[in-house]
Ligand binder design. Structure first.
Ligand code: PGA
Length: 245
């Protein structure tokens, strides 16, 4: 299976900037063997999906509500993301867990809603700096996996240590090797053979300069890229460091 390089644009870009970024990525995506995905704000999904039409770059949302529709002011339902052109959605990102108090149980409900709407979920897990300092990183990630993933699970997991997100600090190769093999074991424990094929992305200060070594690690199925995904050339350089199927 090819590696997936996913750009999380977070709360960045006005419409024209988002479209220009998408166009620049699409223009340079020819010949890249990895799967490519960009996740703009929900507001820009339609315009970005339009700009990427006919390219190999897919579009995803950054969150969805757990209900199909209803009285939830300001929220966005999974079928609306699908309708706007998304085929993927990031769920349970640590910034949503932090800013909106999202729990594992809520992330699991959102994951179910996403799959029902025909979206492929990317479910994020990862420990804080304090949890790692306390030696609890695998325990925390184990609980998050057990609580956030529905059974069966048809999607992707992203390991994003909170202390590495937007900080310029990247997990060491050893950290990644230990955590990704732990996540693989947990996925197999939870889902049996199906757990062997679930891709596990690494996220947290991935950039062109460190992508090749991170993407070469066992059990790394791609990268979830924040800051570096806002620069088309940097994002494409990361994608060129990834492996095809
Ligand atoms: P970063 O963000 O690459 O800016 O660290 C990663 C993420 O939050 O997905």
């Amino acid at each position: 299976m090819p590696q997936l390089i996913a750009g999380n644009w977070k709360m960045h870009c006005l419409t024209a900037e988002a479209v220009a970024l998408a166009q620049a990525i699409a223009a340079g995506a020819q010949g890249i063997a990895a799967e490519l995905l960009v996740c703009p704000t929900a507001l820009h999904l339609t315009a970005v999906a339009q700009a990427l039409k006919g390219s190999i770059v897919a579009v995803g949302g950054q969150d969805c509500h757990q209900a199909k529709q209803g009285p939830h002011t300001g929220d966005i339902a999974a079928p609306m993301l699908r309708d706007a052109g998304a085929t993927w959605v990031i769920l349970g990102h640590s910034e949503r867990r932090r800013d909106h108090g999202e729990t594992d149980e809520l992330v699991r409900e959102k994951t179910l809603a996403a799959v029902e709407a025909g979206l492929t979920p990317i479910v994020c897990v990862g420990e804080s700096a304090d949890q790692r300092a306390g030696g609890q990183e695998t325990e925390v990630v184990g609980w998050q996996l057990a609580g956030s993933l529905p059974k069966p699970f048809t999607g992707i997991v992203a390991y994003e240590p909170v202390w590495a997100i937007g900080t310029g600090k990247t997990a060491t190769e050893e950290d990644v090797e230990i955590m990704h093999s732990f996540i693989r074991e947990e996925l197999v424990r939870q889902f049996g053979d199906a757990g062997q094929t679930i891709r596990i992305l690494y996220g947290g200060s991935v950039k062109a300069a460190n992508a090749a070594s991170l993407l070469a690690m066992p059990n790394v199925g791609g990268a979830l890229v924040g800051g570096a995904s806002l620069n088309a050339q940097e994002f494409l350089a990361i994608a060129r460091a990834a492996q095809g199927g």
